[in-house]
Design a binder for this molecule. Structure first.
Ligand code: ATP
Length: 247
């Protein structure tokens, strides 16, 4: 029996500016409690897939023109991005998008605004700091002065505030040293295991994505070309050659 499916993306097509088709029948699933990796070369449509799921395409004059996306049993087409956050879906965008002129703690506080008042649960800051002790040390400092790795930690920490069921993570390794990448991915794996948060992880770095994910999808030109459990993908010759650099 399959695990319960939290996110179901079915045959989705996305067009920007009414003319540029970027997703061409993309399908993928994220089961509850798992980390699923979405890989592919530059421009394949990975970030577009995440924006389609979090309903952010409109901001860039993009639209889903075919297919369905269901999160936790509900069609997302009828939900706003904020509505999705309140239902437990949080998108950590590429480039982190933290508030640089606010302190670390104020960034976490800002994440509570759309939740408090609606009686929605909020993760205690102490729990966030338990995963990211460096954020605790720097909680009174401006977020703009954090290192790239610390800003990525804050972006993930802020996602935790809303007690998400699913986090969409766009290239958390981008621009970070190998040591920091290892540190952040260790924390990502712990958050998944201890908090039961599912993740859809977009990465250029296949090896690091496979170190935490249970299942992987590889997309090219707007659709999935290879998918399977990670233990099978790492043995696939094409995957080794083109994505793991082992050819
Ligand atoms: P990368 O790792 O380089 O970000 P990606 O797989 O995440 O790649 P996307 O960012 O989803 O790819 O982009 C897929 C394609 O869609 C690219 O050809 C890109 O130029 C195009 N695209 C992305 N955003 C827009 C937009 N707002 N308007 C028009 N075209 C866009």
């Amino acid at each position: 029996m399959d695990a319960e499916i939290l996110l179901n993306v079915n045959n989705v097509e996305v067009v920007y500016n009414r003319t540029i088709q970027v997703l061409r029948g993309l399908s993928l699933r994220v089961p509850k409690g798992e980390i699923v990796a979405l890989l592919g070369s530059n421009g394949a449509g990975k970030s577009t897939t995440l924006k389609a799921v979090s309903n952010l395409l409109e901001l860039e004059d993009g639209a889903v023109t075919a297919g369905q996306i269901e999160f936790d049993g509900t069609d997302i087409a009828s939900l706003t991005p904020h509505g999705l956050v309140r239902r437990g879906l949080f998108h950590v965008m590429e480039g982190r998008r933290i508030f640089e002129d606010l302190t670390v703690e104020e960034n976490l506080t800002a994440a509570t605004f759309s939740l408090s008042g609606r009686g929605l649960p909020i993760t205690p800051f102490d729990l966030v700091y338990s995963y990211f002790p460096r954020l605790y040390e720097r909680r009174k400092g401006l977020a703009g002065y954090l290192s790239g790795g610390e800003q990525q930690m804050l972006a993930i920490g802020r996602a935790l505030i809303s007690k998400p069921k699913l986090i969409l993570l766009d290239e958390p390794s981008l621009g970070l040293s190998p040591k920091l990448v290892e540190e952040i991915f260790t924390i990502i794996a712990r958050i998944n295991a201890e908090q039961g948060v599912s993740m859809l992880l977009v990465e250029q770095n296949a090896a690091v994505a496979f170190s935490v994910a249970s299942y992987g999808y590889i997309m090219e030109m707007g659709k999935v070309v290879i998918d399977g459990p990670v233990e099978r993908l790492v043995k696939d010759q094409d995957v080794q050659e083109f994505y793991l650099g082992l050819g």
